[in-house]
Ligand binder design. Structure first.
Ligand code: NAI
Ligand code: MG
Length: 486
């Protein structure tokens, strides 16, 4: 996922005309324990860990810390729930769809609370949580609710006197390891197709942002999912996360996060039971703007692109993420703040032109000004490394072929974007870009129907759309000997 969602195409049209949704008051967070078998558990180790509000630095609450022993328990529950003959396996596929719709209904009911918890825990502006994260999460559930009774095999014209048909069966216990940038949305991107196909799930939210996932645990139970179908384990990566990745009874793991951890997960799979792995990792996402988009300043396309860009960035309101006026919140943690500031400093030192921002906002806080560099050269660190923060790097190019070659000269291949008035050019360039997604004259336009995932080191497999169903099903071929061919 990209770090900063825009509101484009995400259900925000016309929000100015409507009364704005308001965050709810959260006196006390209700769900802070480990969710296994539809029950709340304290950790086997007796340990808890704090989760913080990154906008203030204050602790929100302590959460039970799952470790290997808790993962073992959760996997046992998930495995029992997916055995043949279990209530979940015997349930009609259409009833699985109804349960997913029921969960979507409950998330709609609790939408303000979920958006508030997401903003408390991540620091992202409340209206983004409400209109982007919650909208996308609910739509993802409904999309896969519709698929539940439409997942089927084929009959095949095999040679000689045989007939063959295929069936699509669940893979089994599916692990999900979630990052902090879209805690609820990434959970739904993994859980919804997994459940639609009849699997059971063991998920670990990011240690920075466990709260919305835990609230969903309560909704899973209320919706009426059988015990063990969804299990939620707040905890850390090298402990709980690694235990999921290397577990002998986990049949598949879906991960979104850093490339380094993606590599560890594949390694853990290889060294344990060769579980299936889908990965959605980093990106260095080129956005190619052709001169025919120029705003009329004439002469130098880079400057004419830059001036309106800087003017727009000046309008960004930095502040309390609960305030509906705020459009830019804090970074998630000190560690991530330091990583971004280090990259910004490297940009200045390596000679990129700082057009706007480039500094922290306030002292001892995690806010960073939106930052624009121009004159960026391909060998600079800011050109090569994933910044994952509010930093835009502007490069200039002369020829189309040059832009394509430079965009493709990356280990990553998650998304790219093209802005031009010529659809003919946009389509040719889109064919040449080595990325899993190409946006033309738009950005961050994500839909439940559209597959999302990366080429090259940006990952393996696809989430969303019909394509994701293949990641969560096994194909069984049944061949029948016929006595004669008529
Ligand atoms: P991370 O990859 O360490 O964390 C993502 C998830 O993986 C978390 O749930 C974490 O607990 C878990 N994890 C960590 N180590 C693990 C292990 N050994 N085994 C199993 N699970 C493990 O990412 P982090 O540290 O939060 O961010 C580092 C960088 O990763 C960011 O600066 C950004 O560049 C990138 N990132 C990319 C994301 C994306 O959407 N593609 C999301 C988050 C981070
Ligand atoms: Mg990490």
């Amino acid at each position: 996922m990209a770090q900063n969602g825009t509101t484009e195409n995400r259900g925000t049209k016309g929000i100015a005309a409507l009364p704005l949704p308001q965050p709810v008051k959260v006196q006390e967070v209700r769900h802070t324990k480990i969710f296994i078998d539809n029950e709340w558990h304290t950790s086997s180790s007796g340990r808890t860990f704090p989760t913080f509000n990154p906008a203030t630095g204050h602790k929100i609450c302590d959460v039970e810390e799952a470790d290997k022993e808790d993962v073992d328990r959760a996997v046992k529950a998930a495995k029992a729930a997916e055995q043949r003959g279990s209530p979940w396996r015997r349930m009609d596929a259409s009833s699985r769809g109804r349960l997913l719709h029921k969960l979507a209904d409950l998330m709609e009911r609790d939408r303000l609370l979920l958006a508030t918890l997401e903003t408390l825990d991540t620091g992202k502006p409340f209206l983004q949580s409400f209109f982007i994260d919650l909208d996308g999460s609910i739509k993802t559930l409904r999309y896969y609710a519709g698929w539940a009774d439409k997942i089927h095999g084929r009959s095949l014209p095999v040679d000689e006197s045989f007939m063959c048909f295929t069936k699509h069966e669940p893979v089994g216990v599916c692990g999900a390891i979630i990052p902090w940038n879209f805690p609820l949305l990434m959970f739904m991107w993994k859980m919804a197709p997994a459940l639609s196909c009849g699997n059971t799930v063991v998920i670990k939210p990011a240690e920075q942002t466990p709260l919305t996932a835990l609230h969903v645990g309560a909704l899973i139970k209320e919706a009426g999912f059988p015990p063990g179908v969804v299990n939620i384990l707040p905890g850390f990566g090298p402990t709980a996360g690694a235990a999921i990745a290397s577990h002998m009874d986990v049949d598949k793991v879906a991960f979104t996060g850093s490339t380094e951890v993606g590599q560890l997960i594949k390694e853990a799979s290889a060294k344990s039971n060769l579980k299936r792995v889908t990965l959605e990792l980093g990106g260095k996402n080129p956005c190619i703007v052709f001169a025919d988009c120029d705003s009329g300043c004439g002469g130098d396309p880079e400057r004419s692109f830059l001036q309106p860009g800087v003017e727009n960035v000046k309008k960004i309101v930095i502040g309390d993420p609960m305030d509906p006026q705020t459009s830019h919140g804090p970074q998630i943690s000190q560690q991530h703040f330091d990583k971004i500031m280090d990259l910004i400093e490297s940009g200045k030192e390596e000679g990129a032109r700082l057009e706007y921002g480039g500094a922290a906002v306030g002292e001892n806080r995690l806010f960073i000004q939106p930052t624009i560099f121009s004159g960026v050269k391909d060998q600079m660190r800011i050109a090569k490394e994933e910044i994952f923060g509010p930093v835009q790097c502007i490069f200039s190019f002369k020829r189309q072929q040059e832009a394509i070659e430079r965009a493709n000269r990356s280990q990553y291949g998650l998304v790219s974007a093209i802005f031009t008035r010529s659809m003919d050019r946009a389509l040719s360039v889109s064919a040449a870009l080595e990325t899993g997604t190409v946006w033309i004259n738009c950005y961050n336009a994500l839909h439940a129907q559209t597959p999302f995932g990366g080429y090259k080191m940006s990952g393996n497999g696809r989430e969303l759309g019909e394509y994701a169903l293949a990641e969560y099903s096994e194909v069984k071929a049944v061949t029948i000997k016929l006595s004669e061919t008529l």
